[in-house]
Design a protein around this ligand. Structure first.
Ligand code: C2E
Ligand code: MG
Ligand code: MG
Length: 417
């Protein structure tokens, strides 16, 4: 950094991490891992000029410091990029490790520095952040640090802290979106999380479920939603006009994979006394297919207690017909992205019809989500889909409001008779 001040020529820091190094270490032993590290070090030294520095920070992390690049920001970035390409080329060639051939890739985070930059520790941190961006995209690439990355990371960290507070301060609420049959009778509702943020007002799940998943907070949050929904089911048992309503609860991957998931659901049912056959858990295809055996075992265990299952966002994932027949499922939910284009995109009409036919063949219920127009509703009913959820019929609302509507017993106005 001092030198860039004297010469005005910029430098670059490349933070390099080997992809899947642990696999080699675990499968062939640390001695073989060490051989790879030594070979990587040799190759790195051959790629850079003598004025540059190659260092090993620890583990499989290396840092390359390039000096005396251009005085121009843009040109120095291009130079660093070129060195990065040479590194990929060199490190990508096969290695001979203890008599066996091995291939390896790496992830590189890069940051430029000049006279204006002061803290060396900050530079390393930024290069590290950029490297993690590459890792998040499955490695084998180079990414420059961008200040926006730091902003995003700080925002995520802040949201994580806020979510934690939200749980302890009871800032979550469940809203219920009604589901209707073809006769305009309310048959159930989907429970959807809402977050009343003290400063930001109401926040929708799209803005926080990702962070909650990533941090693992989704597990206690999901449990909270489940507990709430069970309590609601129980409360509705005391109202004649609500006693038949099913409640669908969304379950996210992290929550479902939790070893205690089955016990948690059973526990909540028992604690609340809610009727299991009115509780429907919504899973997604990618969640289920990620570990089919575990999924079937967990679903079956809960199914034996009476719990129902719906496949949410159906048609958007990698559906596998073979597995679909093995799952103890009761319902397919046609994803709203298809429903939205009914009558507008021929391909989506065909997909919707196919899903309906598929559900019929597999003897499953089928419900359309995101029904917004009378035309969509008509198309769906004329093609054999008789359950609907969407703004046309009702938006998500507080439980009290849904209850009042169910008690009034009126079909939604928009419902074609
Ligand atoms: P989802 O399960 O597919 O829920 C349907 C989403 O579509 C809801 O958004 C709902 O408000 C919206 N929607 C319903 N009808 C219409 C319509 O006619 N038009 C349009 N444009 N949208 C409609 P929301 O409440 O923002 O939830 C988004 C997603 O967040 C949910 O998608 C679900 O994946 C997730 N989510 C919500 N609550 C929970 C929860 O308690 N746990 C977990 N794990 N995920 C949740
Ligand atoms: Mg859902
Ligand atoms: Mg959905």
């Amino acid at each position: 950094i001092a030198m860039t001040g004297r010469t005005q020529r910029r430098g670059a820091l490349l933070f390099l991490d080997l992809d899947h190094f642990k696999v080699l270490n675990d499968s062939r032993g640390h001695e073989v891992g060490d051989l790879l590290l030594k070979e990587v070090a040799q190759r790195l030294r051959k790629v850079v000029r003598s004025c540059d520095t190659v260092a090993r920070l620890g583990g499989d992390e290396f840092v390359v410091m390039l000096c005396e690049l251009s005085t121009e920001q843009r040109e120095s970035a291009a130079q660093a990029q070129r060195v990065g390409s040479k590194i990929f080329e060199s490190l990508g060639k096969p290695y001979q490790l203890a008599g066996q051939s091995h291939r390896s890739t790496c992830s590189i985070g890069a940051v430029l520095f000049g006279p204006d930059q002061v803290q060396a520790a900050d530079l390393l941190k930024q290069a590290d952040i950029a490297m993690y961006q590459v890792k998040a995209r499955h490695g084998n690439g180079l990414c420059f640090f961008d200040p926006q990355m730091q902003v995003d990371i700080s925002a995520r960290a802040q949201m994580e802290a806020d979510l934690q507070t939200a749980l302890s301060d009871n800032q979550f609420e469940l809203h219920y979106q009604p589901q209707y049959n073809v006769h305009g009778q309310m048959i159930g509702a989907e429970a959807l999380l809402r977050w009343h943020h003290p400063e930001r007002g109401m926040i929708f799940p799209g803005a926080f479920i990702g962070v909650a998943e990533h941090s693992g907070l989704i597990v206690p949050m999901g449990l909270w939603a489940l507990r709430q929904a069970c309590a609601q089911l129980c409360a509705w048992q005391r109202h004649a006009s609500c006693a038949h309503l099913q409640v669908s609860v969304n379950v996210s991957a992290r929550q479902f994979r939790h070893p205690e998931f089955v016990a948690q659901v059973e526990g909540e049912l028992q604690r609340s006394g809610a009727p299991a056959h009115l509780l429907k858990l919504e899973l997604t295809e990618s969640l289920v297919l990620d570990d089919v055996r575990d999924s079937i075992a967990k679903m079956q265990a809960l199914r034996n207690k009476g719990v129902m299952f719906a496949m949410d966002d159906f048609g958007t994932g990698h559906s596998s017909l073979a597995y679909l027949t093995q799952l103890p499922l009761q319902q397919l939910k046609i994803d709203q992205s298809f429903v939205r284009h009914i009558g507008k995109r021929r391909a989506d009409d065909v997909i919707v019809q196919t899903i309906i036919a598929m559900a019929r063949t597999l003897d499953l219920e089928v419900i359309a989500e995101g029904v917004e127009t009378v035309q969509q509703h008509e198309f769906l009913s004329s093609h054999g889909c008789f359950l609907y959820q969407g703004y046309l019929l009702g938006r998500p609302m507080p439980a009290q409001q849904l209850q009042a509507q169910a008690m009034a017993g009126l079909a939604p106005e928009a419902m074609p008779s």
